[in-house]
Write a protein that binds this ligand. Structure first.
Ligand code: FES
Ligand SMILES: [Fe+2]
Length: 405
């Protein structure tokens, strides 16, 4: 249970809020780069409660500016793109990708007024077909080259989920709640006779959580030990990457989930999925990975479909309320990962408030060639992937064999 004050501190994301200040120290996935094209060269979007306009200028530079013109607040989205920037539709003020005011056509030529005006602007970088924004103080850390974004021994796909109508922290607390998988997901699959239902009732013998404070990433590792008859089956992995990512196997894929707060009550969810080639061979990469938009995950009358992991999770996260009131919760033994993550979040909010640098920022380019996830003590991410992928393939092959019989 949290106090009302702590709940507010950890959930609110707008500029100047404690969690907002912390989140602004990290890069956030904002949309597939393919959403900006010559047919649709601008996009209006909201990130961390700020209304923004995204475009690419005539020199190919990405620009992310405050959407409200600093003159009299009309939307810059409706402005015209020019080679060196965007010109507001209302009185023609023009801004470049750095937010510098280049022209004020109706103001007297002899004034230097334009030099006094600056529009909010943020850094944007493209990596693996996803645009990432940094909205914090300079100097910006490096955009982490997360392994699934840069590996070439498999096929990548970007998946965009419908906007989740809930606060970002609900999506993250789910990532340190490994107990829900054998209930929420397995049970819903079982009652529908779907694949995955066989895990319902699987007994979790032990749940362990490990805090990671590595030089390249921080977060929480989960370890479930299942008791299958007399057999103990240890399953390690699914790192929650602080503050708002999850790295998880999903069917035959490895997936990074990015959860970007749109505002206090809406969260943008985008995945990078990666299907490793079976023999580890390099796969020819397209210029950008393909993009898939998941269906609404709800029935036409607005009910959650409950037939996929994504729709089941969406039900759980959204029905907790737009901002879950944690003064009313009752955490149990299986919720220790949530408490651990909250401790880390609260501590890092304090670090930033005291003028420090939070965990998991990368500043050394030599260390950013590829950022791999160590998934447990003594086991590298590659070993984890290989073991996991091999066991997945074996299980699948076994099941197909049974079905064939
Ligand atoms: S409101 Fe944009 S130029 Fe006047
Ligand atoms: Fe889930």
């Amino acid at each position: 249970m949290l106090t009302k004050q702590d709940n507010e501190t950890m959930t609110r994301v707008c500029s100047g809020t404690p969690a907002g200040n912390l989140l602004r120290r990290y890069w956030h996935a904002i949309c597939p780069a393919a959403e900006i094209s010559s047919e649709k060269p601008k996009k209006r979007l909201k990130v961390l409660g700020e209304e923004l306009v995204l475009f690419r200028d005539g020199r190919g530079r990405w620009a992310l500016l405050g959407d409200h013109c600093p003159h009299r607040a009309a939307s810059l989205y409706y402005g015209t793109l020019e080679p060196d920037g965007i010109r507001c539709a209302y009185h023609g003020w023009k801004f470049d990708a750095d937010g510098k005011c280049l022209e004020q056509p109706l103001e007297p030529k002899e004034t230097c007024f334009k030099d006094e005006v600056k529009q909010t602007s943020y850094r944007v970088e493209e990596l693996a077909g996803i645009l990432f924004a940094y909205m914090g103080p300079e100097p910006a850390p490096l955009l982490p080259r997360w392994d699934l974004l840069v590996r070439e021994d498999g096929a990548k796909k970007i998946v965009v989920l419908p906007v989740h109508k809930c606060n970002w922290l609900q999506t993250m607390e789910n990532s340190v709640d490994p107990a829900h998988t054998v209930y929420l997901h397995a049970h819903q699959f079982k009652i529908r006779g779907m694949k995955g239902g066989e895990y319902y009732g699987r007994k979790i013998e032990k749940l362990e959580f490990e805090e990671v404070r590595g030089p390249l990433w921080a977060g929480v590792l989960k370890k479930r030990t299942f008791a299958d008859g007399n057999q103990l089956d240890e399953e390690t992995g699914h790192p929650l990457v602080f503050p708002n990512m999850l790295y998880a196997p999903q069917g035959p894929d490895l997936v990074i989930h990015f959860r970007t707060p749109i505002d206090d009550e809406n969260t943008y969810v985008i995945w990078m999925t990666f299907r490793p080639s079976k023999d580890g061979a390099r796969v020819a990469q397209p210029a950008r990975p393909p993009v898939e938009y998941l269906r609404p995950l709800k029935t036409p009358d607005g009910e959650y479909e409950m037939t996929s992991f994504a729709s089941q999770d969406m039900m759980a996260w959204e029905t907790q309320g737009p901002i879950f009131d944690r003064t009313k919760e009752n955490l149990g033994y299986t919720d220790r990962g949530i408490s651990l993550y909250r401790r880390m979040l609260k501590e890092q909010i304090r670090v930033v408030a005291d003028g420090g640098e939070p965990l998991g920022l990368i500043r050394d380019p030599e260390k950013n060639d590829i950022v791999r996830f160590e998934v447990s003590r003594g086991q590298s991410r590659d070993e984890f992937t290989q073991t996991w992928f091999a066991s997945y393939s074996d299980q699948t092959a076994e099941k197909e064999q049974h079905q064939a019989e």
